[in-house]
Design a protein around this ligand. Structure first.
Ligand code: FAD
Length: 415
């Protein structure tokens, strides 16, 4: 295999895939390196963990995605080192590749903020592997509760982090306890179980309007989620969580949706790291202090053309990938790099059946309830990669909505 390319992209998430597609379309010789041979759609991982949809609905092979782009090459390998001055990338297998332009789009990982016990005992939700692990843990805890019979105290879940990921995860688990678990487990396992959503800040869904926050809070509580806001987690133990206010919650499962930091590749690159360990990129998405290096998506602190900070969202990463490809084209074929002009489509969060919140567009048009739920469905069907994945997810959602059945198996090791 060639060792020299015009462009190397590290990481095939939203940003990397968008960049490779755009570069491949215009015949640029590009190498995508990812530790997996598939792209994973993070926004629906919580639905994989709760068996609403299957692993194959949120994954798609890179080779399938790029087969029509003859100038694009895919390599499955973990990147261990990048040299942003020599423009080389070295993989765990010991191979080194060189390119004129490097794109670091290796995403983020859970940030446990040095909370004792969190890394050992909590379940992050940032990859398909994480989702399968969490789903397995849930099944094991439910099975154990059923085995214990009337003696069982049920399954208690604490979700740490009241942002969209935490809200969606807590809502989905609560719905499972209310509608799905009673269908499959006897002995009142579901009735004795609980879901707590906790955060150190006073309210959930930080960037949303007060109206949407109140709606989401009410709907979560109606679904059975207990909220504990305003006190940080000080320790995660195998059997519970301790808080700064001196209280504790017993729990067999702690889901960590409490923060992110840039992944190891960025930390190792030697580029100066800003908030969350991310790189404060220039307006044209290049990294300061280097030449021909772009940093995109969750690995970067990006700004829009007005200089406003952009959130860590799939839509930002995807648009940044496309934009970087344009600028790279200018670097390689002649032209001028342009500052990233982000088209702000707003954000949304699903709470549960028929309930979601959305703030649409730059003007933040506020929508709640069934309309937001339908908007959420529409946006996620469009965003999902692959027609088979879209159809399959739609069938699963319809089945879930109408019957509360779970036809998906949570695969994985029983550890
Ligand atoms: C649970 C969850 C729910 C979310 N919900 C939403 C939502 O509803 N809407 C929304 O807009 N955004 C949502 N987001 C955020 C969105 O998914 C991210 O902002 C987006 O995925 C970032 O894209 P990225 O390309 O920067 O990184 P990622 O998608 O994280 O991709 C990074 C890629 O790099 C690869 N990689 C990492 N390290 C290495 C290495 N050393 N070697 C090789 N490959 C490597 C990984 O395998 C991965 O494929 C959610 C995120 C999570 C975790």
């Amino acid at each position: 295999m060639d060792k020299t390319f015009e462009v190397i992209v590290v990481g095939g998430g939203f940003a990397g895939v968008a960049a490779v597609k755009a570069l491949g379309r215009s015949g640029v010789k590009v190498l995508l390196i990812d530790q997996h041979n598939y792209h994973q759609f993070q926004p629906l991982l919580y639905q994989v963990a709760t068996a609403q949809i299957g692993v194959s609905d949120v994954t798609r092979t890179f080779r399938g995605m790029f087969q029509r782009y003859r100038s694009a090459t895919v390599l499955t390998a973990k990147v261990e080192a990048v040299d942003v001055h020599a423009h080389t990338v070295t993989t765990a297998d010991g191979d080194t590749f060189h390119a004129q332009i490097m794109v670091l789009a290796a995403g983020a990982e859970a940030n446990f903020f040095n909370t004792p016990g969190a890394e050992e005992h909590a379940y992050p939700l940032y990859s398909v592997t994480d989702a399968v692990r969490l789903g397995n843990a849930m099944v094991r805890a439910l099975d154990a509760a059923q085995r214990e019979g009337a003696e069982s105290r049920g399954v208690h879940v604490v979700v740490v982090g009241g942002g969209p990921t935490g809200v969606e995860t807590a809502g989905a688990i609560a719905e499972n306890f209310r509608y799905v678990v009673p269908k499959y487990y006897s002995d009142g396992v579901a009735a004795r179980s609980s879901v707590h959503l906790v955060d150190m800040v006073p309210s959930i869904l930080g960037p949303f309007s007060d109206k949407n926050k109140s709606y989401a809070t009410r709907r979560l509580q109606q679904a059975g989620v207990r909220l504990k806001m305003g006190s940080g987690v000080t320790e995660v133990r195998p059997d519970g969580v301790d808080f700064a206010d001196g209280t504790s919650l017993p729990s067999q499962i702690v889901v960590w949706a409490g923060g992110l930091k840039a992944g190891a590749v960025v930390a190792q690159s030697g580029l100066e790291q800003g908030r969350g360990g991310r790189i404060d990129v220039n307006p044209d998405l290049t990294a300061p202090g280097s030449t021909g290096v772009y940093v995109l998506g969750d690995a970067a602190n990006m700004t829009d053309a007005r200089g406003e900070k952009l959130p860590q969202l799939g839509s930002c990463a995807q648009q940044a990938g496309k934009w970087a490809a344009r600028n790279i084209h200018a670097d390689l074929r002649g032209g001028t790099r342009e500052p990233f002009a982000y088209l702000d489509k707003g954000y949304m969060a699903m709470i549960g059946r028929g309930a979601a919140v959305a703030e649409i567009g730059r003007k933040r048009l506020q929508v709640q309830g069934p309309l937001a739920f339908l908007a959420w469905l529409g946006v996620h069907v469009v965003l999902l990669s692959g027609n088979r994945q879209r159809v399959s997810a739609l069938i699963s959602w319809a089945d879930d909505y109408l019957t509360h059945s779970r036809s998906h198996v949570v695969l994985g090791n029983p550890d």
